[in-house]
Design a binder for this molecule. Structure first.
Ligand SMILES: [Zn+2]
Ligand SMILES: [Zn+2]
Length: 288
């Protein structure tokens, strides 16, 4: 009996372990079945997690061509050279040295940014950072760069629960090793939406929106500060933030975004015919 009892005792844990293994296996199958990797734009099933499908990948317009050295607006290939500066920056230099973005703001880039910001698809921050790592490498060079996400006002942070720019900066640090600082730049006042406003109105809305933390000088002196944002639209927010960072004693201030609003004419034309652009598009270029 003792022998039989012993057998029962030795069989039970083995059977239980087998059952657990089976459950774990079944659980994984269920999870895999419920959550296959999907394209972050159109939702079609793809091979790997956080990968675009071919059609959406081809819909992204990478901004890796010749660009203005100051504001990084794409410039026509015909004018390619080492130190290009666009007319707008010659007339009125922006407060940053370079403001590249990974991709042009189009339907696919917009969907990714909106799903992170309003759809709480926090994994999209890593996807964006992956494509921002290359322009970051070109921008940061060998210097002592420090990533500074555009801060949200605390009311907005409370209501949203996270700052999408800070999530992207975290992922860029993880991918490239370039450190970030979430506390160097502060949002001193809540700002109204800039959408549909004229350039002058936008500048007025964001004036004084940013302030430096008390210890910003100690952290930033002599360094290259790189503002991180999701979408570079008119550039008014980036300019206001860059002006604040300039007061920190940083050696250099630049900005890196996921997507940049670029006039269609600049993406499709090889010839930069500024005069032929309508006034809205010219304003877009002028406001960087
Ligand atoms: Zn897709
Ligand atoms: Zn420029």
């Amino acid at each position: 009996m003792a022998n039989a009892g012993g057998q029962v005792e030795s069989e039970t844990p083995a059977r239980a372990a087998g059952l657990l293994r089976g459950l774990r296996h079944a659980g994984r199958v269920v999870v895999d079945y419920a959550l296959p990797p999907r394209c972050p734009v159109c939702g079609i099933i793809v091979a790997d997690d956080r990968q675009f499908c071919l059609a959406c990948w081809q819909g992204l317009e990478f901004l890796d061509g010749p660009a203005c050295a100051r504001c990084s607006i794409p410039l026509p290939t015909a004018l390619a050279g080492d130190d290009l500066t666009c007319g707008a920056c010659l007339a009125s230099p922006p407060p940053f040295d370079g403001a590249p973005a990974a991709v042009a703001y189009g339907p696919a880039a917009r969907t990714v940014a909106l799903r992170l910001k309003y759809g709480r698809r926090l994994g999209h921050a890593r996807l964006m950072a992956r494509l921002m790592a290359r322009p970051l490498g070109q921008l940061a060079g060998e210097g002592e760069a420090l990533l500074v996400p555009i801060p949200l006002h605390r009311w907005r942070l409370w209501s949203r629960g996270f700052n999408q720019a800070a999530l992207v900066a975290d992922e860029l640090t993880r991918l490239t090793g370039t450190p970030h600082d979430h506390h160097l730049l502060l949002r001193a006042k809540a700002t109204a939406s800039l959408r549909g406003k004229t350039r002058r109105e936008r500048e007025r809305i964001v004036a004084g929106a940013f302030a430096l933390a008390d210890d910003a000088r100690a952290k930033a002196a002599g360094r290259h500060l790189i503002l991180i944002d999701d979408v570079h639209a008119s550039g008014a927010t980036l300019r206001a933030a860059a002006r604040a960072l300039r007061r920190s004693g940083a050696a250099r201030v630049s900005a890196l975004s996921w997507a940049r609003v670029v006039p269609e004419a600049l993406m499709t034309s090889n010839i930069f015919d500024f005069a032929s652009l309508d006034s809205d598009i010219r304003d877009q270029i002028m406001t960087g």
